[in-house]
Design a protein around this ligand. Structure first.
Ligand code: MN
Ligand code: MN
Length: 450
């Protein structure tokens, strides 16, 4: 077990609860290992380390290899967005002396899991003058946290009869931001009554102004994410596991980045790409369905080659290998019937490779080639990496997609791999420390593929 890796991983989770915070951390880590922004280079030569960011929400690290780049790259790819609640653009309202923040959830969640737990707010507010205000509140012990209330059991007899998917409505996932005591308005003048109207909301807005210098209108150009408050912790008496928010897919992203920073490119150029928007279908300019990877690779080729050519770009991508790393649903003994145990990933069983993802007839899968899987198997064997071949749940039970097929469209060999997670997409997800260690070793071995 790589103890230091686990400590660093937990810190990464604690300081990276949004894609922006992850990008910031990755750049900082890469900077310490000699990586520089692409704008600093006029030409790239073997051994050069460079990063490219996109909108502060996606980032790629490259280390240039000795071989011509058209021979392809070894790419580690993971996503750094996680399920959460996003503040709406007109979020604040007051109802009977309590102020709420209206949200729209992001990614696939079981809505009832997000009530009655401490929540923190992370994100940015961009003011009209273009100035960005960073917001993080609810993480330090002396800071307040936020919460979504739920009905007490005593009055929940109707709620408890409803379907779990319905009894907490998406529209009702509103976060309590503040409260005031209801005033006795009987003897007040009209003016005084007016003054009391929306008193709680006014107080919240005044505090936001004082703390961050933001006005209510500034929420229009804000990206505020409501996430579980608190740190990733060791879990179990034997401390064999980690309980933490956002391990889908930051467990893979962190392992990939750490491996990239530790390894040196040999023949092949290496790349570690951390993308956004996977949880909502990889759409958007920072998601894998965009031309992000293609554009970034084109920029690299423009600096490594004497003459830029589109054919070089196409050959480079087509000859590349990618480990599309994302988490897999760990076999859950409490719900054994949902899994084909022989083809499920076991917590602590090492890296999980998936030949295909998708659901109900492999729909949406890129389906890796056995020739390529054999190559990866051999590399894992040579590096003593423990791995398991698995799929997500029983054939007709459901399933999930990853970013693999977006990369496969360039003609490259892609294999899905990752870490098994219990209670995936819950506010607090469970992983095994052993799997994180193995994932890191797997990523290092993958970068060394020839
Ligand atoms: Mn994922
Ligand atoms: Mn996910």
């Amino acid at each position: 077990m790589n103890e230091q890796l686990i400590v660093d991983y937990k810190n990464f989770l604690n300081n990276g609860k949004t894609e922006r915070e992850c990008v910031e951390q990755i750049i900082k880590m890469a900077g310490k290992k000699g990586y520089k922004d692409i704008s600093k280079f006029k030409k790239l030569s073997p051994g050069d380390k460079v990063y490219i960011t996109k909108m502060n929400k996606a980032v790629a690290l490259f280390e240039i290899g000795f071989e011509p780049i058209e021979k392809g790259m070894n790419i580690l790819c993971a996503h750094i967005d996680s399920p959460r609640l996003d503040a709406k653009q007109n979020p604040l309202y007051e109802k009977d002396c309590i102020t709420y923040m209206n949200t729209h959830y992001y990614g696939g969640i079981k809505k009832y899991q997000w009530t009655t737990i401490p929540l923190a707010i992370h994100g940015v507010v961009v003011k009209k003058d273009g100035k960005t205000v960073n917001v993080v509140i609810g993480e330090n012990n002396d800071e307040p946290v936020f919460c979504i209330s739920d009905i007490l059991p005593h009055l929940a007899q109707d709620q408890m009869k409803e379907k779990a998917s319905d009894f907490i409505k998406g529209e009702d996932l509103d976060v309590i931001m503040g409260s005031v005591s209801p005033a006795n308005t009987e003897n007040l003048t009209k003016e005084e009554k007016k003054e009391l109207k929306e008193k709680s909301k006014k107080t919240v807005l005044a505090l936001l102004k004082e703390m961050y210098g933001i006005e209510e209108k500034d929420f229009e150009s804000a990206e505020l994410e409501i996430v579980p408050a608190g740190k990733a912790r060791d879990m179990g008496l034997d401390r064999s596991m980690i309980l933490g928010y956002g391990q889908d897919d930051r467990s893979c992203a962190y392992s990939s980045v750490a491996a990239m920073l530790e390894m040196h490119a040999g023949k092949r150029t290496t790349c570690c790409l951390c993308v956004d928007k996977e949880e909502i279908g990889s759409v958007g300019a920072t998601g894998m369905a965009s031309n992000l990877l293609e554009n970034m690779t084109a920029e690299i080729i423009a600096l490594t080659e004497a003459n830029y050519s589109e054919l070089t770009l196409r050959r480079c991508l087509s000859n590349s290998y990618m480990l599309s790393s994302d988490v897999n649903a760990a076999y859950d003994p409490m719900n054994a019937g949902l899994y084909d145990k022989e083809n499920a990933s076991l917590l602590g069983g090492g890296v999980t490779f998936q030949k295909y993802t998708g659901s109900r007839g492999k729909s949406g899968a890129s389906d890796a080639n056995p020739e390529f899987i054999a190559k990866v198997r051999a590399a894992m064997y040579d590096s003593n990496v423990t791995y398991q071949m698995a799929e997500l749940g029983k054939v007709d039970q459901g399933g999930g997609g990853t970013i693999a097929y977006h990369a496969a469209k360039y003609g490259m060999n892609v294999l899905d791999g990752g870490v098994a997670v219990l209670s995936m997409h819950a506010p607090w997800e469970i992983t095994s420390k052993e799997d994180i260690s193995q994932m890191y070793e797997c990523c290092k071995a993958f970068l060394g593929l020839n």
